[in-house]
Write a protein that binds this ligand. Structure first.
Ligand code: PXL
Length: 294
């Protein structure tokens, strides 16, 4: 019998806004992996651009969920964490990782904290320090340029970025602990945007780019991270997974832009799922590494 790949997704459930769990569940499932959800909070909408949203914090439920899961024969191929609501939640999620990771588990921390140089309004100024500690536990992190500035304690720059400075940034991020780093929102020339991918094992960087669509679309970081993890769970190399994820995200943004829908509602990734699955099929044919990449 084939092994059922299992991903623990620790993220909020924003009922409207297509981010976090409402993206991780369908995208990683389409990649053929089971998603076991640890909901960190329930919100009526994601927080960007909406007023009056509800926020039910579920921090206190996490240790009880973990305790119950410990009684079950569960082994996770990956643990993926995204938006975490508080410093206390960071500590609890850190324990969760410690208690469920094994030798082969890929621990992937998306240090969701902000965008366009600003911390999301729901976070206190000391939150990034705690997030940097969580990143130290990860095998792979996926920050955007804003999150890089908070993780490294330096000023935000909106780009363009040279490859030389980007590779220096990637090494600094890896020095926080994670062997592998996928920096999202990398661009060096107008019109193209994507990821810079670093692996400390080879001390090398690769780039995965696609056409840039003007405008700001919510939830794209979560679409990209979920698609990347889904591809890694299919044994596709980190650079190959990044290209599949960038293409899937770029197509989703383009589709949403052309439809002219409210960008706060997230991107139309659903119509791209068949293409994503085809790209995984093609990528599996060129697999170079195991899920953890070592
Ligand atoms: O997509 C990141 C994200 C996740 N969860 C919530 C958010 C955001 C971004 O604003 O508000 C609740």
């Amino acid at each position: 019998m084939e092994h059922q790949t299992r991903v623990m997704a620790v993220n909020d459930l924003s009922c409207i806004g297509k981010c976090s769990l409402t993206v991780a569940l369908p995208v990683i499932s389409a990649a053929g992996a089971e998603v076991d959800a640890v909901p960190t909070a329930v919100l009526s909408t994601q927080t960007g651009g909406f007023r009056g949203y509800t926020f039910r914090d579920l921090t206190e439920d996490i240790p009880a969920i973990a305790k119950h899961w410990k009684t079950l024969p569960l082994r996770f191929d990956a643990i993926y964490t995204g938006y975490l609501g508080s410093a206390r939640q960071l500590a609890i999620v850190s324990d969760l990782i410690g208690s469920f990771r094994n030798r082969d588990t890929l621990v992937c921390v998306d240090p969701v904290m902000g965008d366009a140089g600003k911390l999301y309004e729901s976070f206190r100024p000391e939150f990034p320090q705690g997030m940097a500690k969580l990143c130290a536990q990860a095998d792979l992190i996926l920050p955007n340029p804003t999150e890089v500035s908070f993780l490294l304690g330096r000023e935000y720059r909106p780009g363009p970025y040279s490859r030389q400075e980007t590779e220096d940034t990637l090494r600094r991020l890896s020095a926080l602990g994670p062997k592998r780093v996928v920096l999202t929102g990398f661009w060096e020339e107008p019109g193209r945007i994507g990821c810079a991918v670093y692996d400390a094992e080879t001390d090398s960087a690769e780039y995965a780019l696609n056409r840039r669509v003007e405008g700001f679309y919510h939830g794209t970081g979560d679409v990209l991270a979920s698609a990347l993890i889904g591809a890694l769970m299919n044994g596709i190399s980190l650079a190959g997974a990044a290209q599949i994820a960038v293409d899937f995200t770029a197509d989703s943004v383009r589709r949403t832009h052309d439809a002219g829908t409210d960008p706060r509602l997230g991107v139309n990734f659903e119509m791209g799922l068949p293409g994503y699955m085809k790209a995984l099929d093609a990528g599996r044919g060129t697999r170079r590494t195991g899920t953890k990449g070592d």
